[in-house]
Structure formats: C-alpha cells, structure tokens
Design a protein around this ligand. Sequence first.
Ligand SMILES: [Zn+2]
Length: 300
Amino acid sequence: MRIGIDVGGSHIGLGIINAQNKLIIKEEKDYDTRKDDMSEIVIQTIINLLKQVLLKQNITIEDIEQIGIAFPGTTSNGIVIKAENLGIMNLNIEERIKQVFNTKIVLENDAKCAAIAEKQIGSLKNYDDALFIIIGTGVGGAAFLKGKLLKPVRYSGFEVGHMVIKETEDKCNCGRRGCFEIYGSMKRFKEKINQEFKLNSIDGKIIRQFMLDNKENKKLNVIIDEYIENLTIGIANLVNIFEPQAISIGGSFGHYEELLLPKLRKRLSEGTELYNKDSIPELLIAELKNDAGIIGAAML
Ligand SMILES: [Zn+2]
C-alpha cells in the first residue's frame, strides 16, 4: 500500500492506493487555524490525519511502502523551497514527517503529481507526448515526452504560468509583468465577470450559472472571447515547443467544460498561432478531478 497526501490551500487530502493504483481510502481535513506561515499547521495536520487513518484502517506504518506528498509550490529533494499561498519557505517536510513515520517519504509539486496520475491512469494514458495544464487560481502543469515526465534536477520546472504572453503593466505575484497566469487563470476570468456584471461573488457555481443564463450577452461574450484568446496564445506557445499529441486541462477550468472547451478547441484548431499549422493537439479535460493530486503523490 502507498499513501498520497495532497496539501491544499485550505485543507489536506490523504488517500491510500492499492497495487493497481486505485484509491481505496480517502480522508480530508481542513486546517484548524490560519497563520501567515502555515508550516507547523500543515505538518501537524498531516501527522494527525495520518495517525487517524492508520488507526481507523487498523494498519501500521510498516504496512506502508511509501508516502508521497503533493505540495502547491516549488519543491526540491524533500524540501518545500517556497509555497507562497501558505507563506512557507524552506521547509524540510521529508525530515519532519520521517521523524514521526519511519518510511520512505517523497515530495513533488502538486501539478506534477496530478499530471503523473492523469498520464498513468487518466485522460493522457494513451498519449506519449502530452502536456498537463492546471488552470485554476494559478496556471501550472507538466510535460511528457515519449511517455516520460520532464523533470529538472533543480526545482519542479515547467512554470508555464510565468511565461510572459503580453507586453503590459499588469504585475504577477512572481514579480514579472504580463505572465500567462494573469490572463489564463480562472481566478482572473471570474473576477472580470464579477466586475462587469456586479455579481458580488466569484463563487464558481454562481459564475457558471450566470454564464449559462446569459449565453447571448454581448459583454459576456467579449470577456469569454478575450479569455479564450489569451489561453490560445499561452497554449500555442507550449504546442510550438513540445508538439504534444494531447493536452489535458485540470483545475477549476473543468467545471466550465461545455462553456469554454469547444471555443478553445475551435480557436486553437484555426492553427494561426501554431508554427506547424497542422500540429493541433487533442484538448481534453482531466478525468481524476480532485483525486489526481493524492493518486499522483502516491505513485511518485
Ligand atoms: Zn508570474
């Protein structure tokens, strides 16, 4: 048995997968409190949840081959270098968890974990050259060539959200201006709709319903077209570099599948942004949804 832990912005998800990579148990726990630096809270939540699951399943740490941890940030050799949303810098999570649970611990960026799961058992399993792109609060992802995950020696790599797609004054969290993440994230898209139509919410369900109810609204379609245009620029840049057979999109973008995906497919298939005009990849939506991080972490 292997354990996968997905560290999120507001909670931890933990699962056990069997030899067939099937998720057999899943538990979640919200953080009790919030601090500027969430290091100790994240570690304590992991330890407590892990103890609880082992007890409940009547198993010991000796039954667990490996614990994989998916973390939303830059990771390197068991250390979280930085995770801005959790205020964490240089946290040796491998060492801290190993002090309590003596088994093999591996750490990887969460988008990479989700990508590994999608590649092995999800939407990308039939493709050798493929990209996985998470579009949610930010934009991240991973690339596979000849079935192998591209994995730099130093950090997580493939920070696609921080390639510049526009010459602009808009500043990204990373310090650069004009990053893909600014224009391609669902956060920005929802904020724009909220701003224009004064919905007083960027809740995904409310925005989605508003889009369904106002399909013919010209102003809404301008916002959608602009968003699709920006996504196309970013994705076309990646297609020109990697020539993927398929691209799977994870994150909250998937909730808007029927509203956004056909438009993105159509725009990209025009080929005008592509160096090789006929090199149009399949555009897919991730299949494993919220479980991808846990499963991928367990498969590391
Ligand atoms: Zn950036």
